[in-house]
Write a protein that binds this ligand. Structure first.
Ligand code: PEP
Ligand code: MN
Length: 265
């Protein structure tokens, strides 16, 4: 099937610059959320991300504050007039996020591998009009990614996007997750209307790689970026090495060259 989608209608989408979704890996404390969001807002960003439920590889890490953090996102929306975005992995997550007025949802890479999990998230989204992004599954299987997008779309979600966050790889590599750029390119070939965003944070795993990965995504014509940004990256409770301050993010994004062959003629 091909997807039946409508424009995402997010702030900045027709600006000729990438749409940027920025914020910490995890919503750690109310102060960290409000400080980071305020700095991002001052830097001109309009869409705030923060993980509430965190899928950790091993038990014992910070697994997110859960529902207790949802009022913090609501404060970001109300006080800073930003859209808020978080990851949902279960039907309960979807219901809680919708109850608290989260504006944008995404399905994470570990959930996208499981058609049962994706289907139950999709069922919980039925009848809602909210932008939903589906990250690529951790394994490089384009049909699984496309299938997850189809499940969400068949539930009636038309404001749909894909997020490329790279693929797990056993051998050591400079990347945390191999980009395998040909996979999002192939997805775009199959679904030309589908907006594809890049998540350089989870591809790179370290902050030095954010700028070149963002530039590569722009060179491929990707529509947006989702980047982890924290007011004090080194003390982040998850993914510290890959987070950047709002000021660093702004300098990276402002320096991106956005050109396409059609501009050269
Ligand atoms: C995240 O965006 O915080 C996250 C957990 O990402 P991924 O699902 O890509 O690992
Ligand atoms: Mn993260």
């Amino acid at each position: 099937m091909s997807l039946d989608i409508q424009p995402l209608n997010l702030p900045g989408i027709d600006s000729g610059r990438p749409v940027v979704i920025a914020g910490p890996c995890s919503a750690e404390t109310e102060a960290q959320v409000m400080t980071t969001a305020t700095q991002l807002h001052e830097a001109g960003y309009k869409i705030f991300r923060a993980g509430i439920w965190k899928p950790r590889t091993k038990p014992g890490g910070f697994e997110g504050n859960g529902i207790a953090a949802l009022p913090w996102l609501r404060r970001v929306h109300e006080e800073l007039d930003m859209l808020t975005a978080t990851e949902v992995a279960t039907a309960e997550h979807v219901r809680a996020a919708l109850d608290y007025g989260v504006d944008i949802l995404w399905i994470g890479a570990r959930t996208a591998v499981d058609p049962f999990a994706v289907q139950s998230v999709a069922d919980a989204l039925a009848g809602e009009d909210i932008p939903v992004f589906v990250k690529n599954p951790v394994n490089p299987e384009i049909d699984l990614w496309q299938g997850a997008l189809e499940r969400v779309n068949l539930a009636g979600i038309k404001r749909l996007g894909a997020i490329h966050r790279g693929f797990s790889y056993y051998e050591r590599n400079i990347y945390r997750n191999l980009p395998m750029w040909h996979i999002p390119v192939e997805l775009k070939k199959r679904e030309p209307e589908l907006p594809v965003f890049c998540d350089p944070s989870h591809i790179g795993g370290k902050r030095e790689l954010i700028a070149p990965l963002c530039q590569h995504a722009m060179d491929l014509g990707m529509e947006g970026l989702i980047v982890e940004s924290h007011c004090d990256p080194d003390s982040a409770w998850s993914d510290a090495a890959q987070q950047v301050t709002p000021a660093t993010l702004k300098s990276i994004v402002d320096q991106l060259d956005i050109v396409s062959l059609s501009d050269l003629g």
